[in-house]
Ligand binder design. Structure first.
Ligand code: AMP
Ligand code: GLY
Length: 425
């Protein structure tokens, strides 16, 4: 099969790396990809904003399966367009991608179907949001821009003064553009977060191994949120009992609710879960693989990813069994100085070959570019250094041994990735 992966981050490198191992693969393209993707396939310079051009290219090049990575193209309807051209596309249609595109849609769906989530109210007018805050007792709340905001649209506020400022950022200064013109104000949940990803063809739901992300920039989960500074799998917090509860209270009702709404969901359903004293509650849905969760997940996946993706597209997921390596995996993200704020680009990266030569380690590229034979930094999150180990402490040790071999000017990484898991072993 000829496969086209769309995207250029660490998630796409990890998906491409795993797809490249499939005996069913004859040719792998990644558009636009990154220098890491070139190790496993051919990078093609396509503009993903131009969906008709992507579809034309896929048709001309005899592509059998298109795998879109980022949410932006899913909500723009890449899957609908690729399918109309008679090519398989792994992911939700535009109408099913609404689950990530609109937090209001997602919250209302959860409310109507009894799916556990934080209590909330929706506002379309600045004045109404302010009046609502005035009517509340002071305390923490979360203000969320309704639309896509590159992971920055959820503002956790310690008190009502911060919440008022967050409302102004969304609805007055339009910091998130149209995405912030409507907001959700919700109860602040306490607990530990888990990422639950599941493949689904709209009938069968096959959860992937559990994982946990580290969203804050600094150690101890402090500082502003980022796209994710590291991840590990499996997460010991996810007991079999908790997984059963997430399946029965979240995954199954969500897939049913989407069907009932005429928005059959196919692809990866990602539920961000807060494990609270009152059980698991949904923080958000994503309609694609997580980044950086995908990096450790792909290193642990023993099954053929291409076969699984085709089964999802063809509505035959029930015939598949997903197998995992027992060994845990840990991914440490190395970022540019200044990220998630303004950061510098264009610094040479050294030690990649040495890190990749370590047994059980792999360096997934995210924000990199290539000039002659030198790999340069070109984004906020630069690399996802990932390693397997016989247990979580060993995987941590292996990942950081690989990190120690890689360097670039101003490289930053958290030193406590997966530490939270240790207290539960
Ligand atoms: P979201 O974009 O909705 O996933 O939110 C991003 C991050 O904000 C989550 O990963 C949580 O760390 C935090 N967050 C979102 N909603 C809540 C909530 N209701 N209570 C506490 N933290 C939250
Ligand atoms: N790791 C968080 C996300 O992919 O949204």
């Amino acid at each position: 099969m000829r496969v086209l992966v769309l995207g250029s981050g660490g998630r796409e490198h990890a998906l491409a790396w795993k797809l490249a191992q499939s005996p069913k693969l004859t040719k792998l393209f990644i558009a636009p990809g990154n220098p890491g993707c070139e190790e496993v396939g051919e990078c093609v310079d396509l503009d993903l904003c131009n969906i008709p051009a992507v579809v034309r290219w896929a048709k001309l090049n005899g592509i059998d399966l298109v795998v879109p990575g980022p949410e932006a193209i899913l909500v723009e309807g890449i899957v609908d367009a690729v399918r109309e051209a008679g090519i398989r596309a792994f992911g939700p249609t535009k109408s099913a991608a609404e689950l990530e595109k609109s937090k209001i849609f997602a919250k209302n769906l959860m409310r109507h179907h009894g799916i556990p989530t934080a209590d909330y109210a929706v506002f379309e007018r600045h004045e109404d949001a302010k009046n609502y805050l005035d009517s509340r007792e002071d305390g923490p709340v979360v203000v969320k821009a309704d639309g896509l905001a590159a992971g920055k649209g959820a503002i956790v506020c310690k008190n009502l003064a911060e919440a008022n400022a967050a409302i102004d950022r969304c609805m007055l200064s339009s910091e998130f553009g149209d995405a912030g013109s409507r907001v959700v104000i919700e109860e602040c949940l306490r607990g530990e977060e888990l990422s639950v990803l599941a493949l689904t063809d709209g009938k069968t739901i096959a959860p992937l191994a559990s994982s946990q992300d580290h969203k804050a920039i600094y150690e101890g989960d402090t500082g502003p949120n980022t796209g994710g500074m590291g991840a590990y799998s499996p997460a010991p917090l996810m007991t079999p009992k908790l997984m059963d509860s997430v399946i029965s209270k979240v995954l199954v009702p969500t897939v049913h609710a989407m069907n009932a709404d005429g928005r059959r969901f196919r692809g990866v359903l990602y539920a961000g879960i807060m494990v609270t004293g009152a059980g698991p509650k949904v923080l958000e849905y994503n309609v694609r693989f997580g980044d950086p969760e995908t990096q450790p997940l792909m290193m642990r996946l023993d099954s053929d990813l291409l076969e699984l993706m085709v089964a999802v597209c063809d509505g035959k997921l029930a015939d598949q069994e997903i197998k995992w390596k027992d060994d845990p995996a840990v991914c440490v993200v190395m970022s540019s100085a200044g990220y998630p704020g303004k950061y510098k680009k264009g610094d040479a990266i050294s030690g990649l070959a040495e890190a990749n030569a370590l047994p059980n380690a792999h360096v997934f590229h995210a924000g990199t570019s290539k000039k002659k034979d030198t790999i340069l930094t070109s984004g906020g999150r630069v690399l996802g250094v990932t390693a397997l180990g016989k247990d979580i402490p060993a995987a941590i040790k292996n990942a950081y041994a690989a990190v120690d071999l890689v360097s670039f000017d101003g490289a930053y990484f958290r030193k406590d990735i997966a530490q939270k898991a240790l207290s539960r072993l």
